[in-house]
Ligand binder design. Structure first.
Ligand code: CO8
Length: 261
């Protein structure tokens, strides 16, 4: 499919998805959301792809939020539909077999912060600014922000960020466990994202996918149910060729070649 507002590059088992609407600081309008949804679907169904990186075009913004100019004229029904469209992307990213890394280069505000929070790993450049300015616009986060932030850094920090609408630095985002690492500029940010993506891509795709499922599904279960879920997935991996290959390679002192089977 041809995309107008995003660029999708697939190379060496890694998909790089760039939101490319620089005139609006990569803000998410309905068209961008539809394209993101299609691209993520395309990536998930491409067996060559083992890991995904999402970033924003340029150095100024990852995504500066949902498109305020589009939202200005929305009534309640249209706004709820718009949020649901966003939610289906978040749900999709969370359920994808392939890990998704957000490389946050600059502003990640409102829906942009929420898009990053939906990803499995977040790296940020030193100039990144993250926050939820929604209450300054008379609305509230509606792209999963109220639910994901509280699960990552707890109620008090989530309250402070969401009720004030203040932006935080990448360093502060790391302190509150939102960001894994802060990199000095866009180039080192992308290098770091690719380094991690390559490591993930060299591992067993099924092992990675099942681990992602155990982490994300288990967190919403009680510990006993979550441990049962983990042991079921652990057992299922012993039906795969990758388990045989991974363990044989160890014993034979060679590098494993995983097929994702
Ligand atoms: N929507 C639409 N246009 C935007 C947005 C946005 N979110 N952010 C920036 N732009 C546009 C500006 O209007 C401007 O366009 P133009 O030149 O035509 O006027 C261009 O991008 C450049 O922006 P600025 O001139 O403002 O650049 P500055 O460097 O002065 O400021 C800021 C950068 C601080 C990032 C500033 O642009 C800003 O505050 N932007 C808005 C940030 C914001 O409030 N985001 C939250 C939006 S609400 C939201 O995301 C709700 C999500 C919940 C539902 C989602 C469901 C999918």
């Amino acid at each position: 499919m041809e995309y107008k507002n995003i660029v999708l590059k697939i190379e060496d088992n890694i998909a790089l998805l760039t939101v490319n609407r620089p005139k609006a600081l990569n803000a998410l309008n309905s068209e961008v959301l539809s394209e993101l949804e299609c691209a993520l679907y395309e990536i998930e169904n491409n067996d060559d792809v083992k890991c995904v990186i999402i970033t924003g075009d340029g150095e100024k913004a990852f995504v500066a939020g949902a498109d305020i100019k589009e939202m200005l004229g929305m009534d309640a029904i249209a706004a709820a539909e718009f949020a649901k469209k966003g939610h289906s992307i978040i749900r999709f990213i969370r359920k994808m077999k392939k890990p998704v890394i957000a490389a946050v280069n600059g502003y990640a505000l409102g829906g942009g912060f929420e898009l990053a929070l939906a990803c499995d790993i977040i790296y940020a450049s030193e100039n990144a600014k993250l926050g939820f300015p929604e209450v300054t616009l008379g609305i509230m986060p509606g792209f999963g922000g109220t639910q994901n932030l509280v699960r990552i850094c707890g109620e008090k920090i989530a309250n402070e960020l969401i009720f004030t609408g203040q932006m935080i630095s990448a360093v502060r985002a790391k302190e509150i466990n939102v960001v894994c690492e802060v990199l000095k500029d866009k180039e080192s940010l992308m290098d770091r994202a690719f380094e991690t993506a390559k490591k993930i891509a060299s591992n067993s795709p099924k092992g990675v996918a099942f681990a992602k499922s155990a982490i994300l599904t288990g967190v919403n279960m009680n510990l006993s149910e979550a441990l049962d879920y983990e042991s079921t997935l652990f057992g299922l991996l012993f039906n795969t060729e990758d388990q045989k290959e991974g363990m044989s390679a160890f014993v034979e002192k060679r590098k494993a070649k995983f097929k994702g089977k």
